[in-house]
Design a protein around this ligand. Structure first.
Ligand SMILES: *Cc1c(COP(=O)(O)O)cnc(C)c1O
Length: 360
């Protein structure tokens, strides 16, 4: 029997080929006699897994050699603190753009370390758009500008990297990294929790311009120091080895799919199909400004909220899982990350049309 389609926002669907490979390698990785879970992180087997994963990620994103790639614990949320601890570099102020629930969390954590200047906010319109670049009030004293290119909960995505002069851009790409090509050289720090579009939970990937690290604020724990972690190859302590391994298999899978240009085209086609079905239905609705609609997370409501429960129950019976919206937004949300095939989105769109016919 085929597996159902899983629209979870995270932890999220992984490529079936990756799960099958992990299953095949579970008891004995490449003749080592060990599962990857049972290996020393300093042994030659795991070191080769770790190095290959980094090399593949560097290839996929064309990461310049002047950037460090870190594989860290603490998820994306630990980065909300690590960013100011490492990036203030003697300054006391930082700029933040507020475009959704994850921006807000990053802002409230940063306030523990510095004076936060919110350059612009779309909170007054329920985070359904992004404030135009020419309305941002940037602070010339800011050490960096932080923004969230894809708001996983609100379904808002900033497609273009904004021009903010020489101020380093820091981006939380937890739910969009690897969904399409990215010009890493325009960014100072890129971070992403693994469990959306990369692998299992338990890890964050951090890509950082090396001239920005090494000046932490006083009292920064070693575990939170980018330079210390870079120096140790993310192995100052025991890293999340199994998550790192699965992420590496995902990177190989992405290369086999044709890399990020191919993934970008596929993701855009998936998103276009679902938005078109929503917009043309007269029954389903997505509230986000079309210029900023996410390719990865698509929230939508039904014309009558009393139909939410039957929708979810019938969807589940039809093999379409985890479509319930975030508690702060309500309605539905379909997360359609890299590992969601076009067939899954087609199945959802067909189900939605059928449900509307019966209940609309
Ligand atoms: C899920 C998510 C986070 C939080 O990730 P954790 O790994 O659970 O800390 C932060 N930012 C964004 C954009 C997310 O989607």
């Amino acid at each position: 029997m085929p597996r159902p389609y899983n629209f979870s926002a995270g932890p999220a669907v992984l490529p079936q080929a990756v799960l099958e490979q992990a299953q095949a390698e579970m008891l004995d990785w490449h003749g080592s006699g060990m599962s990857v879970m049972e290996m020393s992180h300093r042994g030659k087997e795991f070191v080769s897994i770790a190095e290959q994963a980094e090399a593949d990620l560097r290839e996929l994103l064309s990461i310049p050699t002047t950037y460090k790639v870190l594989f860290l614990q603490g998820g994306a949320s630990a980065q909300f603190a690590m960013v100011p601890m490492n990036l203030l570099r003697g300054a006391t102020q930082a700029d933040y753009l507020n475009t959704g629930q994850w921006s807000k969390k990053a802002i409230s954590e940063a306030k523990k370390f510095c004076q936060v200047n919110v350059v612009a906010s779309s909170e007054a319109v329920n985070f359904t758009t992004v404030p135009a670049r020419d309305t941002w009030k940037c602070n010339p004293q800011a050490a960096y500008l932080h923004y969230t290119p894809n708001e996983t909960i609100n379904g808002v995505e900033i497609q273009e990297i904004p021009d903010v002069g020489g101020v380093p851009l820091v981006v939380d790409m937890s739910s969009t990294l690897l969904s399409r090509p990215l010009d890493v050289s325009k960014l100072g720090v890129i971070y992403a929790g693994a469990q959306k579009n990369i692998g299992p939970a338990g890890m964050a990937i951090v890509i950082i311009r090396e001239d920005l690290i090494g000046q932490t604020i006083a009292g920064t724990p070693t575990m939170f120091d980018y330079a210390a972690m870079a120096k140790e190859g993310s192995m100052y302590n025991t890293p999340p080895t199994y998550t790192w391994y699965i992420a590496g298999l995902v990177f190989q899978w992405l290369k086999a799919q044709g890399g990020l240009t191919a993934m970008g085209a596929r993701n855009q086609a998936k998103a276009d199909l679902l938005y078109k079905a929503i917009d043309e239905s007269g029954f389903y609705k997505n509230p986000v400004d079309p210029a900023y609609r996410s390719w990865m997370n698509i929230p939508f409501t039904l014309s009558d909220a009393a139909l939410d429960k039957p929708f979810l129950a019938e969807a589940k019976s039809a093999g379409l899982l985890a479509l319930s919206g975030h508690r702060s937004v309500g309605g539905m949300r379909a997360s359609i990350y890299n590992a969601m095939p076009l067939e899954g989105v087609k199945a959802l769109v067909d189900f939605m049309a059928d449900f509307q016919k019966r209940h609309g």
